[in-house]
Design a protein around this ligand. Structure first.
Ligand code: ZN
Ligand code: ZN
Length: 139
């Protein structure tokens, strides 16, 4: 798959049967929606599923950021903001092929998730360490 930002080939990162596409050049990450769902299911994170549905069905954010094309269907993706101040802007395929995180946005999301729902600390912790492992490993 080709990186929607810099057009380099992305590398496939596999972890617990879940494959992600990672761009070594801009550090962006592509999640197929099915893969993200698998990840959340494997962690049994109901709250996170609600969170994901919220993202997939949210309104387009107003942004001056350049629009990116979906690496699967090549149509322009919509910008969606996660959280508030400072919000994280991610790109989502309108046909729900998946989500694109620019380099650094995953790290912001990890910090955001880590700060929320302290009562669900254990399961959140698993996803956070999963993400850390995946995104800090390749170099
Ligand atoms: Zn790239
Ligand atoms: Zn698409």
């Amino acid at each position: 798959m080709i990186c929607p930002v810099c057009k380099y080939d992305m590398i496939v990162v596999e972890y617990h049967n879940i494959e992600l596409d990672y761009c070594n050049s801009c550090k962006g990450v592509w999640f197929d929606s099915g893969e993200l769902e698998l990840l959340l299911e494997s962690q049994d994170l109901e709250e996170t599923k609600v969170f994901l549905d919220g993202i997939l069905n949210s309104q387009e954010a107003i942004s001056s950021e350049k629009k990116r094309n979906c690496p699967i269907c090549d149509h322009k993706m919509k910008k969606t903001a996660i959280g508030e101040q400072p919000e994280i802007l991610i790109d989502i395929c309108r046909d729900k092929h998946g989500l694109w995180f620019d380099g650094g946005e995953i790290a912001q999301l990890i910090r955001r998730l880590a700060g929320e729902h302290p009562s669900r600390h254990d399961s959140k912790e698993q996803v956070i360490s999963f993400l850390e492992e995946v995104f800090e490993a390749p170099d």
